[in-house]
Design a protein around this ligand. Sequence first.
Ligand SMILES: Nc1ncnc2c1ncn2[C@@H]1O[C@H](COP(=O)(O)OP(=O)(O)OP(=O)(O)O)[C@@H](O)[C@H]1O
Length: 239
Amino acid sequence: MIKIKNLNKHFAKHKVLNDINLQFNAGECVALIGPNGSGKTTLIKSILALVTIEKGEINVQNENIRNQSAYRSTIGYMPQINRFPEHMSVHQLFNMMKSIRSEVTDYDLSLYEAFDIESMGKKKLGILSGGMRQKVSAALAFLFKPKILILDEPTAGLDPVSNEILKQKLKESIEKENKLVLITSHILNDLDDIADRVVYLMDGSLYFDKQMRALKEETSESRLNKIIASILNTENQYV
Ligand SMILES: Nc1ncnc2c1ncn2[C@@H]1O[C@H](COP(=O)(O)OP(=O)(O)OP(=O)(O)O)[C@@H](O)[C@H]1O
C-alpha cells in the first residue's frame, strides 16, 4: 500500500531522514517508534507530502505521490498537533470537512458517536481541552472511511476509557476491514495490544524493522517497553 524507496530529507544542513526503505501493507498495524527527534513525524509528513522530499520516492497504492494530491483522500491522518481554526465550532468543522469531501456520502460515525462529539458540537475549537481535541481529530480521521490510517501520538491526552475505544476501533479496522494503520507513540503500552510490526528509527536511520512476534521470541519479553529495553540494553538509551 505504501512503498518508500531511498528517502532522504534535510532541514537546511540537518539530515533528518537517511536513506529510508520501507513497505507497509494492507491489514498491518505498524508501530513507528524511536527517540524524540528521530524523524518519525517527518517520515509521516513525507508520506502525506506535507514536507518536500529532495531524494527518494514514495508510492501510495502503486502511484508515485510526487506532484499529486488525490491519493491523500485514501489516508485518514491524525496529526501530533492539531491546528484547528480556533474560532470555528466543532459542528462547523465537521460540516466544512464534509463539504470538502462531498464525493463521500457514507460516513464512519462510530468514533463521533462513541466520543459523544455531538455534545460538544457548539463549542469553539479554540476552547476544547487537549483530550477533546484528540477525540475530534480521531473522529475526523475515520470519518471518510480511508483505507490507510496514519496516527501521530493518537492516545496522548486521551482518558483511559477513550483510549480503549480508540484501540478497539483500530483493531477492528485492521482485522475486519484490512486497513493499514501506521501509528507512533511514546506510550509503548498502548501499542502492545495492536501493533504487529515495529519500525524503529534512530537519528533518522532505520534501526530495525521487525514483526512483533519475532521481537517477542528474540527477547523472551511480551511487552514492547521491555522488548525495546532488551534490544537497546538499557532503557535510558530510549528516552
Ligand atoms: N520544519 C522543520 N524545520 C527544521 N527542522 C525540523 C522541522 N521539522 C522537524 N525538524 C527537525 O527534524 C528532526 C526530526 O523531527 P521529527 O518531528 O520528525 O521527530 P520525531 O521522531 O517525530 O520526534 P518526537 O518523538 O519528539 O515527536 C528534529 O531534529 C527536528 O528538530
